[in-house]
Design a protein around this ligand. Structure first.
Ligand code: SAM
Length: 231
């Protein structure tokens, strides 16, 4: 699975940002901004691990938000697909952001120091992990006591919306995907449809997280899960 995932993300790396904007109808930017504000809320200095950072959109948006609000954010972004990170590095360099460090690492076993981050974030990546429980355990390990996870993800919408959104998932996304990489976006639709939000919450609680909240976004097509490592 991870070999296939790496191939898929290498394949779409250079078009990833463009296709993301199209298939989310531009909404992903607002969702990422909301996640960024959650991480910065009530803090002056924050240290964040962005797992499966891809092309570094989340670290970049957190940095922009921190600058607007006069805060300091140090962000480590990790991903196991080199080409996604290459695109991310170009963007970070172009913006001159010195607070973002991007590293080629597996999110299941980061090799990073325990108890060292205020937040672990992740965007649109949970569906891709081979072992979600292992990733949640690793997030728990690297967080400081009192630190939190904030994961942005898309999932199958609630049943009332599910019917009207069917053409969006089964016609619009495959059509846009076909223009870039048919196989990769077929994979995206199948993982969205299979992803189980309740199971994720149970796993997070098994990892030790408490104070769990699901913030639903736009008709429940996306959500941000937050939870805390107890002090
Ligand atoms: C859909 S992209 C999301 C990228 C980015 N987080 C965003 O917000 O757009 C999923 C990313 O997860 C990465 N990924 C999947 N499994 C991983 C793992 N075990 N460790 C590190 N990266 C992983 C892929 O390489 C890919 O870049």
């Amino acid at each position: 699975m991870s070999k296939e995932n790496k191939r898929i993300f290498s394949d779409i790396a250079y078009n990833y940002d463009k296709v993301n904007r199209i298939i989310s109808l531009g909404m992903d930017v607002g969702w990422r901004r909301k996640l960024a504000r959650m991480c910065l809320d009530g803090k002056r200095d924050v240290r964040i691990l962005d797992a499966a950072t891809g092309t570094a959109d989340i670290p970049i948006i957190i940095t922009e938000e921190a600058r607007i609000s006069g805060k300091r954010a140090e962000i480590v972004g990790i991903d196991y697909t080199k080409r996604m990170l290459d695109v991310g590095r170009q963007k970070v360099r172009r913006n001159g952001f010195k607070n973002i460090k991007l590293m080629l690492r597996d999110a299941h076993s980061t090799g990073l120091k325990g108890n060292s981050f205020d937040f672990v974030t992740s965007g649109f990546a949970l569906r891709n992990f081979d072992d979600l429980q292992k990733f949640l355990n690793e997030s728990y390990r690297v967080l400081k006591p009192g630190g939190s996870i904030a994961f942005l993800e898309v999932s199958r919408p609630d049943s009332a919306i599910s019917k009207i959104s069917w053409p969006y998932y089964h016609i619009f996304i495959p059509f846009v995907g076909m223009l870039y990489s048919r196989k990769s976006y077929a994979h995206l639709v199948s993982t969205v449809w299979k992803f189980d939000r309740d199971k994720l919450q149970k796993m997070a609680s098994r990892a030790g997280f408490t104070d769990m909240k699901v913030h639903k976004l736009f008709l429940s097509v996306a959500f941000i899960l937050t939870a805390t490592k107890p002090k």
